[in-house]
Write a protein that binds this ligand. Sequence first.
Ligand SMILES: Cc1cc2nc3c(=O)[nH]c(=O)nc-3n(C[C@H](O)[C@H](O)[C@H](O)COP(=O)(O)OP(=O)(O)OC[C@H]3O[C@@H](n4cnc5c(N)ncnc54)[C@H](O)[C@@H]3O)c2cc1C
Length: 110
Amino acid sequence: MKLVIIGGDAAGMSCASKLRRLNENIEIKVFEKTRVVSYSACGIPYYIGGEFDDWRDMIVRTPEEFRESNIQVVLNHEVVKVNVEEKFICTTWDKCKQARENIVRYFEWR
Ligand SMILES: Cc1cc2nc3c(=O)[nH]c(=O)nc-3n(C[C@H](O)[C@H](O)[C@H](O)COP(=O)(O)OP(=O)(O)OC[C@H]3O[C@@H](n4cnc5c(N)ncnc54)[C@H](O)[C@@H]3O)c2cc1C
């Protein structure tokens, strides 16, 4: 089974982790439009308020740590289309978000 998760913050990565604990064999791929996953948004006011200096301190787990759990993480890709019938998604990629021709049929699950 292949499973796609859109969005790699608290909900998405919790879902991915739980699924991995339940089943070691599912192929799990998380698409995240920014360059970080699993960050603690609750910490933003403390960062802005100068309680700590490095924004990376808000990151709970890195993509590499998730990959060690066999959870694939695709950063800088915004999902712009989901076709459930034909089982594919389209994403923008990297720094080309405004260019329609750079929207690609990225991933298929069959
Ligand atoms: C200032 C602040 C204080 C908070 N305080 C608390 C608190 O005290 N207690 C508490 O329980 N919660 C608190 N929260 C809320 C908590 O941080 C949220 O519950 C959590 O961020 C929700 O995570 P989420 O994964 O549901 O959604 P989001 O955080 O919105 O994450 C969605 C993710 O999906 C990505 N994404 C969206 N669309 C696409 C797309 N089309 N393709 C690819 N990626 C996409 C986004 O980049 C993002 O990473 C606070 C939040 C903030 C901002």
